[in-house]
Design a binder for this molecule. Structure first.
Ligand code: NDP
Ligand code: 8X3
Length: 253
């Protein structure tokens, strides 16, 4: 099989756009996510491209489920060239002393442990082939800590550290690792963070031409097309109107 990319969390937002971008460029795509009906939707959406799609329906927080589903893939799909560890979320926005502990668990289990579980399964396949490229989706929140962001920021700081650690551990195996740190991007992210409150989610992007999922897909595709000897290790991308989490030049509307 020709080039293969696996994207976790491809039922929405960045993941879905990345799937589309790579499908349009001839990659065979493995898409994952918890929402089965959304995975089916993405298959339909990508059917216009002359490429093969495999869907894996699992929750990255469930280690044994992830192992079973991925190990069960047909052998031809295991020659993964690119892994995008994208599945992730923020839930809630509260001070540490009154936050919902279940929200913390969801963020740590998804953003940190889930990313590790998937990497632990796919990285050995890349090591065995002597090549590969792993993208970890972090956030500017990983370095730019903000009030009420506590655990979300901590999970993305962990992603930054893990990207660096992966780069070091995998360098002798010819595996590239790229840490992507986006700023404000309008996807389902804020809807998830505010537990379905559409008005609150919308207000986050008021007066800002936020990044789109397609912008992130473009950047990842660019990084993946560089010559074999070139690796972008860290990349921060924000809207032009955003200089940091708390420095946003909003238009008055
Ligand atoms: P979306 O909410 O639009 O998409 C998130 C994706 O992650 C969905 O496909 C969802 O699929 C998947 N996902 C969430 N939890 C799990 C899980 N437990 N198991 C498997 N898949 C899961 O958000 P974005 O596209 O914006 O976010 C993608 C990544 O980018 C996240 O890691 C986020 O932290 C990061 N990010 C986002 C920014 C933004 O402003 N939007 C900025 C910086 C970073 P399903 O629900 O079907 O499982
Ligand atoms: C998402 C960006 O600023 O909402 O990671 O934390 S922010």
């Amino acid at each position: 099989m020709d080039r293969i990319i696996m994207i976790t969390g491809a039922t929405a937002g960045f993941g879905r756009a990345i799937a589309r971008k790579f499908a349009a460029n001839g990659y065979n795509i493995i898409i994952t996510g918890r929402r089965k009906e959304r995975l089916d939707e993405v298959i339909k959406e990508l059917s216009e491209f002359n490429t093969e799609i495999l869907t894996l329906n699992f929750d990255v927080r469930k280690r044994y489920e992830a192992e079973a589903v991925i190990n069960d893939m047909p052998e031809k799909w295991k020659n993964i060239d690119i892994l995008v560890n994208n599945a992730g979320l923020a839930v809630g926005l509260s001070h540490v002393h009154d936050a919902n502990v279940d929200d913390w668990d969801r963020m740590v289990d998804t953003n940190v442990k889930g990313l590790l579980y998937v990497t632990r399964i796919i990285a050995p396949l890349m090591v065995a082939r002597g090549r590969g490229h792993i993208f970890n989706i972090s956030s500017i929140a990983g370095t730019d800590i903000y009030e009420n962001g506590n655990v979300y920021c901590a999970t993305k700081s962990a992603v930054n550290t893990l990207s660096r650690a992966m780069r070091i551990d995998l360098v002798r195996h010819n595996i590239k690792v790229t840490n992507i740190a986006p700023g404000m991007a309008e996807t389902e992210f804020s809807l998830v963070r505010f537990k379905g409150d559409k008005a609150r989610a919308k207000s986050v992007y008021q007066g800002v031409d936020a990044l789109t999922a397609d912008d992130i897909a473009e950047v990842i595709y660019y990084c993946s097309t560089l010559p074999a000897h070139v690796c972008i290790s860290d990349l921060t991308i924000t809207p032009t109107q955003q200089a940091g989490v708390n420095y946003v030049a909003r238009r008055q509307e």
